[in-house]
Ligand binder design. Structure first.
Ligand code: THU
Length: 142
């Protein structure tokens, strides 16, 4: 599916909305994501932290895991918005390395990642964000 202007705008809106549910009492940094599946379904996700820190999950992976759990396997794009809790995003929030690797698991190199600083959008492909990645192909037998 092509990431049209309409889709990009709608995904950013959903990502910003998803920030409202962020559970981030330790970082106070609220992130929302909105993942567009090839069938047009959108899955939102927020970051979820934990007192012992390492079990926490990023917004992007929350969205991916919700979608994969529902049987989705084909993805077109994801929007990400992050910033201090209770404030509008004012800088671009790029996916962390772990989330990029999860994207690599399920998505083609031309998967689109939309970031926003609250005013403008930046769109990058997964290949640009994670060049020369280790992925499922590396483990294929013969
Ligand atoms: N975080 C995300 O959810 N997505 C990103 O792209 C960057 C970081 C979360 C993890 C943690 O809950 C908080 O933001 C601060 O790192």
């Amino acid at each position: 599916m092509k990431l049209t202007e309409e889709w990009a705008r709608a995904l950013v809106d959903r990502a910003i909305e998803a920030r409202e549910n962020a559970y981030c009492p330790y970082s106070n940094f609220a992130v929302g994501a909105a993942l567009l599946c090839e069938d047009g379904t959108v899955y939102a996700g927020c970051n979820i932290e934990c007192a012992s820190l390492s079990p926490g999950n990023c917004a992007e992976r929350t969205a991916f895991f919700r979608a994969v759990n529902d049987g989705q396997r084909q993805f077109a794009a994801i929007a990400v918005a992050g910033g201090p809790k209770g404030q509008e995003p004012d800088s671009f929030c790029a996916p962390c390395g772990v989330c990029r690797q999860v994207m690599r698991e399920f998505c083609a190199p031309d998967f689109q990642v939309v970031m926003t600083d609250g005013r403008e959008r930046k769109v990058m492909t997964l290949e640009e964000l994670l060049p020369m990645a280790f992925g499922p192909d590396n483990l294929k037998q013969g």
